[in-house]
Design a protein around this ligand. Structure first.
Ligand code: SF4
Ligand code: SF4
Length: 238
């Protein structure tokens, strides 16, 4: 049986061919460790020397902030229509799409009852609006799935990336922090929709800014809110 086994390879080195000079039977003298290590070391320093003369790429952050790539996924923003009404309709699709469970949305009903009759007002075109909106930046991985899910383009991502803080609570952003600032021609909600316009007209680009009727509506809502606050303060101090 043992005669049929393959022969073991010879690892003793005894049968290795010897190195010779070309055209001679004399063995070649072996270079010492210095002869082998020195060229490698010089090669390594070559990289160092070449790098020393390259242009320095150090970024002086935070004194100098370099712009990001245009499509960089940074902090979120809740957008508005041209008259100032909010685009968010409180549908929660963004929250359901989020793989990190970082979004909390609670919808509310818009209320067209006149302010002096106790109406709480309108914040978006259509039936519902985002009453509570929070994004937890301790969880968010900036994947962008939420903005893909949003049916009204209410939620987008900006290029802002400075989101570090020294406590956890400040990294849960609220609706007030996420809402886009009012641009020229916009009016802070709650207020009525543009007279004669339907919800779909807002998405067809037919609304270009706030109107005089909306300014009256917003002023009435603000006065009503102030009255309500005074009444509740009076009740609390009694
Ligand atoms: S970017 Fe991704 S992780 Fe962050 S809130 Fe949106 S879906 Fe969630
Ligand atoms: S941000 Fe968009 S997806 Fe999220 S609740 Fe508002 S409308 Fe719906």
């Amino acid at each position: 049986m043992a005669d049929n086994l393959p022969a073991k390879p010879d690892t003793s080195g005894a049968n290795l061919p010897s190195t010779t000079h070309a055209g001679s039977d004399e063995p070649t003298p072996r270079a010492g460790w210095l002869g082998e290590a020195l060229p490698a070391s010089i090669g390594g320093f070559g990289v160092t020397w070449a790098t020393m003369f390259r242009k320095v790429l150090t970024e002086e952050y935070p004194e100098e902030k370099r712009p990001t790539a245009p499509r960089y996924h940074g902090r979120h923003q809740l957008n508005r229509h041209p008259d100032g009404l909010e685009k968010c309709i409180g549908c929660e699709l963004c929250a359901w799409a989020c793989p990190a469970d970082a979004i909390l949305v609670e919808g509310g009903n818009n209320d067209d009852t006149p302010a002096d009759a106790g109406g709480t007002g309108r914040f978006s075109p259509g039936e519902r609006f985002g009453r509570v909106y929070q994004i937890n930046y301790l969880r968010c991985i900036f994947c962008g799935l939420c903005i893909e899910a949003c049916p009204t383009r209410a939620l987008t991502m900006t290029n802002a990336y400075e989101l570090a803080d020294n406590n956890r609570a400040d990294l849960i952003f609220t609706k007030e922090q996420l809402l886009a600032p009012l641009q020229q021609g916009m009016l802070a909600p709650p207020h009525a929709m543009v007279d004669g316009m339907e919800e779909r007209d807002y998405y067809l680009g037919k609304v270009n800014g706030s109107t005089e009727e909306q300014r009256v509506s917003a002023a009435a809502q603000a006065a009503n809110a102030a009255d309500t606050a005074m009444t509740s303060e009076g009740g609390a101090t009694r």
